[in-house]
Design a binder for this molecule. Structure first.
Ligand code: PHE
Length: 525
């Protein structure tokens, strides 16, 4: 059917070059023009199919058409109430029909409505108590009108009659459409579907010569590939790693998520009573609960500086707790890993020979008296995960990533630290930086780093930094003229700012937006 109708449209266009009104078409298998709504819907299907092959073009015209109600449809079939009344009545001169019998013959409703109208039309008359036909022939105008409406959707006779039929609830209005059609770019009278493939069979049979081919659609979007995608945090991590590497830094090993209180806090000269060590801030491990003991000499030096001072420092003068030092915990900062590395870096200064640290030791550095005291300058960095027992909200999770840089050399100054950070943050695309005095137990002086964020139009804290205290460095064995400065920042904050994410849960965790991960662009600081 669809094919035949398409063919009809194409053949009509071939002869007339346009179809002015699709309501004039006669759908194959029908005898009257396709003027009803249903007909036009059928035609629309054929038009769309031809349009998709660019064989035709068409325009749509809106109209209000009329359809029969259930009652209208009944009248179309059996005639109007008045016609039905008239048809059952006897002719004039025969025995009249009583109203009671009429009701029986046509039903209460039809008898009631029909009688009045039939009288008004002069079709029936009274004789005694009964009713008879007054004319021998009638024209059931209502039925004729409904017939026209059923097949054309309207009434040529006029709006007044239509309104009357609407009032009688025999017809109702319905929005309809009709169309005008023209030839399209690919017009032909053949409805054969264009080929999408050139096959071996077509080559063998020679049918390829006459076949029509479907045009390539270069506008069509390809299906997205289902490949993996790098998480935004990984992309930003890679960028920051590259910045460190191009500044000559070596990456520290940071695989130990579990550390002891000794390495996470004591070695950094964080007092044992410091709130950061509280259960509220730090996750402690229950099994095993205790760490392996560190080197006993170093342990002694660290406990002594805490309890009694030394190297020119007064210390905290608080009783030392071995238990506190030996507790196992999830590291709260990667500075614990930095402490391990700095302790290793100082090994030669302590007169121990330990394994080489990759990326360090290329340049020698002699002390004040011109002697090699074993110290080797180092630039180290790490980017890894840390854990804090925080109340979670839109910007805080119990675990996040820390970016950390550490520089060790003789006679470094605060200006070196500030200079380094300017270069580093500049490479991250942060041009305006400000420094604010701050406090860290392990650095003095300490600086918070603020960057002006043009999108947020305000200064945001981007990091924390400082010169590591002699109380941390000297027990490790570093010569007095060696200074170490360091800075740390979270990986999540620049990532969230970079990708315009304001809830960390879209970035990390079970609510992560996979679509966001797949669609996030590469970063370019
Ligand atoms: N560990 C610090 C923090 O948790 C960052 C830092 C690293 C500060 C090195 C100074 C030196 O924020």
């Amino acid at each position: 059917m669809a094919e035949v109708l398409q063919k009809l449209i194409l053949d009509t266009l071939d002869v007339q070059s346009s179809i002015k009104d699709t309501r004039d078409l006669v759908i194959p298998g029908q005898t009257r023009p396709a003027s009803s709504n249903e007909d036009q819907i059928t035609i629309l299907g054929a038009l769309n199919s031809l349009l998709s092959r660019e064989m035709i073009k068409y325009d749509t015209h809106e109209i209000i058409s009329h359809v029969l109600t259930a009652e209208g449809a009944l009248i179309l079939k059996d005639g109007s109430h008045e016609a039905r009344v008239w048809s059952v009545l006897p002719m004039k001169g025969e025995t009249p029909m009583t109203p009671a019998r009429l009701k029986k013959a046509v039903g209460d409703e039809t008898a009631k409505v029909g009688q009045g109208r039939a009288f008004k039309n002069g079709w029936i008359g009274k004789e005694g108590d009964g009713l008879v036909k007054a004319v021998s022939e009638i024209q059931d105008a209502t039925q004729i009108d409904l017939q026209e409406i059923a097949s054309t959707g309207t009434l040529k006779a006029g709006e007044k009659t239509l309104a009357d039929l609407r009032k009688r609830k025999l017809v109702s209005q319905k929005k309809g459409q009709w169309f005008t059609a023209h030839k399209g770019e690919q017009f032909s009278t053949s409805t054969a579907k264009p080929e999408t493939d050139l096959t071996a069979d077509m080559l063998v049979s020679g049918s390829w010569k006459t076949a029509t081919y479907k045009k390539y659609n270069f506008e069509a979007e390809g299906t997205p590939t289902a490949g993996g995608a790098l998480h935004p945090l990984l992309k930003v991590r890679e960028e920051i790693r590259n910045i460190f590497l191009e500044m000559g830094f070596a990456e520290m090993p940071t695989s130990s998520f579990v550390e002891s209180g000794f390495w996470c806090f004591d070695a950094l000269f964080v007092p044992q009573q410091h709130p950061a060590r509280d259960l509220q801030d730090t996750f402690y491990i229950s099994d095993p609960a205790e760490a392996l003991p560190p080197n006993p000499d170093y342990y002694k030096r660290v406990s002594t500086i805490h309890e009694h001072g030394g190297y020119g420092s007064a210390g905290y003068r608080a009783p030392w707790s071995h238990e506190e030092s030996n507790k196992l915990l999830l590291r709260t900062h990667t500075t614990a890993s930095s402490a391990h590395m700095l302790y290793k870096l100082a090994a030669k200064c302590r007169g121990e020979s330990t394994e080489e640290i990759p990326g360090i030791g290329a340049s020698r550095s002699t002390g004040k008296d011109g002697k090699d005291d074993g110290f080797r300058p180092a630039k180290l960095f790490s980017i890894d995960r840390v854990f804090r027992n925080e109340t979670m909200d839109a910007t805080h999770l119990a675990e996040f990533h820390q970016v950390e840089g550490v520089v060790a050399d003789r006679n470094l100054t605060l200006a070196d630290l500030i200079g380094f950070m300017r270069v580093f943050f500049n490479k991250m695309g942060i041009e305006q930086v400000r420094f604010k005095p701050a406090y860290n137990p392990y650095t003095e002086p300490s600086l918070e780093i603020f960057a002006f964020h043009p999108m947020l139009d305000r200064w945001v804290e981007v990091g924390n930094s400082g010169m590591f205290r002699p109380e941390m460095l000297e027990p490790m064995g570093f010569p007095k003229d060696v200074r170490v400065h360091g800075w740390g920042l979270s990986l999540e904050r620049p990532t969230m700012i970079r990708y315009g994410i304001n809830n960390i849960r879209t970035l990390v965790g079970h609510k992560v937006s996979i679509e966001g991960v797949e669609n996030s662009q590469a970063v370019m600081f």
